[in-house]
Design a protein around this ligand. Structure first.
Ligand code: TRH
Length: 385
């Protein structure tokens, strides 16, 4: 793509956890690294940001990390936090419904050519997304339209974040026993013994967890479970006698990570695992690029709205699966997201793991045929210049 230089401002409010900043940070890095664009990322919670990017200093209101200019977005000083006199960027992205300050929007409306204004929404596989993707919406007060941009799983959506060279990076990592051993060591654990199945457990507060752990502990094969720090499940882990960094029970070895790994190493964390329990948005997408069987803990919404989102995704994901595997995947997801664990459902899912491994590769291949989200955004913006 022959691209003129475009200046980007990305705004991000950390609602909770790390998904919002996780997506904004990934996108900002990709725009800077793959397209060479100047990018400014405005984030209102640098401490949450620091958890996934240790180079960030929460005390600094302006800093540059990986060629992205990071700005503390101090909402209390709205209107004064912007470099006064500096024009807004060519492209402004408000992530997940957050609103750039009024002073910024006003400045946007007064520049020529007009700033391209994008509202980047949450990921959903629901059918309505295709009809709303890229639709303009007039601003209630300003003479300017904003465009809705939807990530998604089909060609009529904006696609998924996927960096260039992702596949090669994964292959290189998987082909390097040294790099895997170094990662295990950095995490504070030995390399798992031959024949051990490793799984990654990243979930919301979920009452199904003890059942899953009991089930794995009572199984025939040795299993290692990697658990990242997660406040919402701390009580659950404490109730199963958490002490120290590891806990062994039956065939299960629980390994607690003491801190988040930097987001740039998150993919490797998934790749050392054989199957994945992930959640939210970004780890959910990364589990698909890791080409591993996964179980998605979807972000819970009011009035159980998330269940239709879950079904919409599973309808797409299960399309080319055998009837048996599709049934097992759907049942396990339903129960996991209701906080309910039944050994029969889990056993059915596990019996399908060989098929699910093949499917995970095919699914990733299928998704890679569409433009990635960053590229779709760049193409769209160029078309609007
Ligand atoms: O943290 P999440 O639950 O994020 C969200 C938010 O809750 C948000 O409000 C909600 O709307 C959204 O989900 C759907 O899960 P997610 O999306 O997987 O984000 C986690 C991020 O943290 C992701 O970018 C990966 C990163 N991460 C690390 O970098 N290192 C780690 O060790 C871990 C465990 C995660």
């Amino acid at each position: 793509m022959n691209t003129p230089s475009l200046y980007w401002d990305i705004f991000c409010t950390v609602v909770d956890n790390h998904g919002d900043i996780g997506v904004a940070w990934r996108l900002a890095r990709q725009l800077a690294r793959e397209y060479g664009f100047p990018v400014r990322l405005w984030a209102d919670d640098l401490s949450a940001f620091q958890r996934i990017c240790p180079e960030i200093s929460p005390a600094r209101s302006v800093q540059c990390v990986m060629n992205v200019e990071i700005r503390m977005w101090d909402k209390n000083s709205a209107g004064t936090c912007f470099p006064l006199g500096a024009p807004p960027a060519n492209i402004v992205i408000e992530t997940f419904g957050c609103r750039a300050p009024d002073s910024y929007s006003r400045a946007m409306a007064s520049v020529s050519p007009q700033t391209i204004w994008i509202n980047l929404d949450y990921l959903s596989a629901e059918a309505w997304v295709e009809t709303c993707h890229m639709l303009p919406s007039p601003h209630p007060r300003l003479p300017q339209a904003e465009y809705f941009f939807f990530p998604g799983f089909t060609e009529k959506t904006g696609g998924l974040l996927r960096e260039r060279g992702l596949e090669k990076d994964a292959r290189d990592f998987l082909n390097s026993p040294e790099r895997k051993a170094i990662l295990w060591k950095t995490l504070g654990f030995t390399v798992p013994a031959q024949g051990t199945q490793t799984f990654f457990l990243f979930a919301y507060e979920n009452t199904a967890i003890p059942g899953l752990l009991d089930f794995l502990a009572a199984g025939d094969a040795p299993v290692r479970c990697l658990v990242p720090p997660c406040e919402s499940n701390e009580k659950i882990f404490r109730s199963i006698a958490l002490s120290g960094k590891t806990l062994s029970r039956g065939r299960l070895e629980l390994c607690f990570l003491t801190a988040f790994v930097p987001q740039t190493e998150f993919d490797a964390l998934l790749l050392i695992s054989d199957f994945l329990f992930i959640r939210g948005e970004d780890s959910f997408v990364r589990s698909q690029w890791a080409e591993r069987p996964f179980v998605w803990n979807i972000y819970p919404q009011e009035r159980r709205a998330h269940f239709s989102k879950l079904d919409a995704f599973l309808d797409l994901y299960c399309e080319n699966l055998s009837h048996e595997a599709s049934k097992a995947v759907r049942a396990f997801h339903q129960e996991w997201n209701k906080g309910f664990f039944s050994p029969e459902t889990c056993a059915d899912w596990m019996a399908c793991l060989p098929d699910l491994r093949v499917h995970a590769k095919n699914w990733a291949e299928h998704l890679k045929k569409q433009d990635d989200l960053c590229r779709s955004l760049v193409k769209f913006c160029l078309s609007k210049l």
